[in-house]
Design a protein around this ligand. Structure first.
Ligand code: IMP
Length: 196
């Protein structure tokens, strides 16, 4: 029998990515798209771990299934980890990806230490609480200007360590193989499959 897992997300790309990973493990993936009346969790915790755990717990309680949730941040060394947990709304409430990129490039003007990393926290929960939380990290540097057409968010200004390419200069399949999110999902898989 196929086991059920709930992904606390409406993002079609995230749902498709996880569905393809879980295909060979006989786990049927459900998401917020199957529960249109479910409200999105307010991401008000002070870390990506806190937000991922909050989303996973609310997802498990609402759906009655085991639930998985993620939260991602871009942490820039010279800015003391900013935008970090605030990555989605760095340039203000309702801002676009472009607004965030423009703001970060302007904050980084004249700064020679361009080191940064992406981190995705992934939490797994059931109705009684958190089962586990892990993360995936990809290190790199903030580019001087945008490069590449692919991806989303900060992809066009994040040069992946060891590649000389921004995420946006890679085809989707390549980014999805090495990304912070892929690493975090790989990390949670043993826990997800254990006793299930
Ligand atoms: P979320 O937790 O996946 O919603 O990510 C929060 C924010 O981080 C997004 O709104 C994006 O701005 C940024 N972000 C997350 N993942 C990526 C990525 O893979 N590339 C570039 N930006 C990302």
């Amino acid at each position: 029998m196929r086991k059920a897992l709930f992904l606390a997300s409406k993002n079609k790309d995230k749902i498709a990515e996880l569905r393809s990973i879980l295909e060979s493990h006989r786990i049927a993936l459900h998401s917020m798209l199957d529960f249109p009346e479910m409200q999105e969790t307010l991401e008000d915790r002070d870390s990506i771990f806190g937000n991922a755990m909050k989303k996973a717990i609310e997802g498990a309680q609402y759906s009655g299934m085991r639930a998985l949730a993620d939260d991602t941040g871009l942490f820039v060394e010279a800015l003391a980890g900013i935008p970090g947990v605030l990555s989605a709304r760095y340039a203000g409430a309702g801002c676009s990806y472009k607004d965030n990129v423009r703001k970060l490039l302007s904050q980084m003007q004249g700064i020679s230490n361009r080191k940064a990393y992406f981190e995705t926290a992934v939490a797994l929960a059931d109705k009684s609480g958190i089962i586990g939380v892990v993360s995936g990290i990809v290190r790199g540097e903030i580019a001087e200007s945008e490069r590449g057409e692919g991806g989303f968010g900060y992809d066009s200004i994040f040069i992946v360590e060891g590649t000389h390419k921004t995420y946006a200069e890679m085809p989707d399949y390549q980014k999805n193989l090495i990304s912070h999110r892929a690493l975090a999902i790989e990390e949670i898989l043993p826990l997800l499959l254990k006793n299930y």
